[in-house]
Design a binder for this molecule. Structure first.
Ligand code: ATP
Length: 243
């Protein structure tokens, strides 16, 4: 397979009882690319992330990362191979400080605690949270929690990062800052798949966008192609605001 595709799926399916949450999806991510994943609530976006990151095994289909099949591997193993992710609902260790939270990620590749601390400090500076490093996770506001979620994932030193609605609940100014941060992450050599309902952000970030509806891939294309696709407008964009 073409090695420029760092990650791709072939006919990936997830069934929950009678519900086909993800219905035979083929998608790919090239090195240094940002792709967007959009679609109405329940379209299957997070389920797709759960399968790629090993949280859920697929019912059928294959997932390739750096030309090796990874479907069904456990999350720790997938993370160790180089795929990091954030969660839609932030999952901070509330009793730990921001630095300690980032260290949890860094310990994946640095068994020595002082090396893990150094890596975590570097990442906190990168995401603009170094001034909060001694604050407890519990005491962060939402934009800070989102940044810490990013820091935890970045501290695992991924080559591919899956971002699940990192802008949800943020105001337009905060969203703009996160867009800049995501661009900086890509510039650092990481390829990204971004699930996002904030259309302005996903359109400005993504080279290509995949649109899911009720588990099925209904469109793939550049942001411009997606914007003018009648089926996408009917199933999803018609109800969205661009502001
Ligand atoms: P949202 O934008 O609301 O996050 P989504 O596109 O990420 O939606 P999923 O969370 O992947 O959608 O859900 C797809 C479908 O699968 C939904 O109908 C959901 O209720 C169902 N589903 C997801 N996880 C499970 C589960 N563990 N058990 C049963 N059904 C599930």
């Amino acid at each position: 397979m073409e090695s420029e595709k760092i990650l791709y799926t072939e006919g990936i399916v997830k069934k929950f009882g009678g519900l086909v949450a993800v219905d035979s999806i083929d998608l790919y991510l090239k090195k240094n690319e940002i792709i967007g994943l959009i679609g109405a609530n329940g379209a299957g976006k997070t389920t797709l992330f759960n399968m790629i990151s090993g949280v859920l095994p697929p019912t059928s289909g294959k997932i390739f990362y750096k030309d090796k099949q990874i479907q069904g591997l456990k999350p720790f193993k997938v993370c160790k191979l180089g795929i990091g992710r954030t969660y839609q609902i932030t999952q901070p260790f509330r009793a730990l400080t921001v630095l300690e939270n980032a260290m949890v990620g860094a310990l994946l590749r640095h068994s020595n605690v002082s090396d893990a601390r150094k890596k975590a400090e570097e990442i906190l500076e990168f995401v603009g949270l170094d001034h909060k490093k001694d604050v407890q996770g519990d005491d962060l506001n939402l934009p800070e929690l989102k940044r810490m979620e990013l820091a935890k994932a970045l501290a695992t030193e991924p080559d591919v990062l899956l971002l699940d609605e990192v802008m949800a609940g943020l105001n337009p100014t905060e969203c703009g800052k996160v867009v800049e941060l995501i661009k900086k992450i890509r510039e650092s050599g990481i390829s990204l798949i971004v699930i996002e309902h904030v259309m302005k952000a996903v359109m400005s970030l993504s080279e290509r966008i995949y649109v899911l509806n009720q588990g099925k891939l209904i469109a793939e294309g550049t942001p411009e192609e997606i914007t003018y696709n009648p089926e996408v407008i009917k199933s999803y964009l018609g109800e969205k605001k661009y502001a």
